[in-house]
Design a binder for this molecule. Sequence first.
Ligand SMILES: [Zn+2]
Length: 234
Amino acid sequence: MRPVWKLILWGLAAAGLAHAAEPIRVQITTGGHPYDIAFYSLFEGRQDLAVTLNPHPSAFRRDLRKFADVLVLYDLADVDDEKQRANLQAFLEAGRGLVVLHHALASNWQWKWWYEDVVGGRFLMGQDGGMPHSTAKNNELLNARPVAKHPVLEGVGESKVNDEAYKGMWLSPKSQVLMETDSPNNDRAVVWIGPWRKSRVVAIQLGHGPSTYRDPGYRRLVHNAIVWAAGRTN
Ligand SMILES: [Zn+2]
């Protein structure tokens, strides 16, 4: 091979490597629900993530596509503002990832597009369409075991955490369930892939407090979910 071609190929390879090594831009959005500050330890030491915190009410005021590859929701808020809804929709239409954690499953619980097309599940904060209010019960010992083969479950085994049980949620038949529990106080599905096809969406019900944040399986799960949602694993 002529040296000039070698040089071009090396340049292309180097560019590819440089791109792969770029950290995933993650926007964490909180607000509307209290949480322990230890939550942020979930992202500690992750060199592959560039994390920013943007809570409500400013969370979706700007064009998210310019700032984030993945949105991690740990909020409990309804987005009613038209412009903010449009920003959120544009982000997901553009193929950017979404990870919905724990109480964020109750966000936008009456926004049909959100829970039906995107998240594929919802915690009902009140009665709706013949369904009663979902319920929550704290300090429950919940087991969670993988029930599928998926990059989000890479290195994640069965785990048992002291967390908050949710019951009576709505789960879309189009959601792909990745982990289940057999706790009688909790719905079966605890981790699933949302039905949205224009980007990648992961919902993780677990994640109430520090004991779960410390759980190695949970830490791995959340990190895997972000990396997969960013399109870095297949
Ligand atoms: Zn909780």
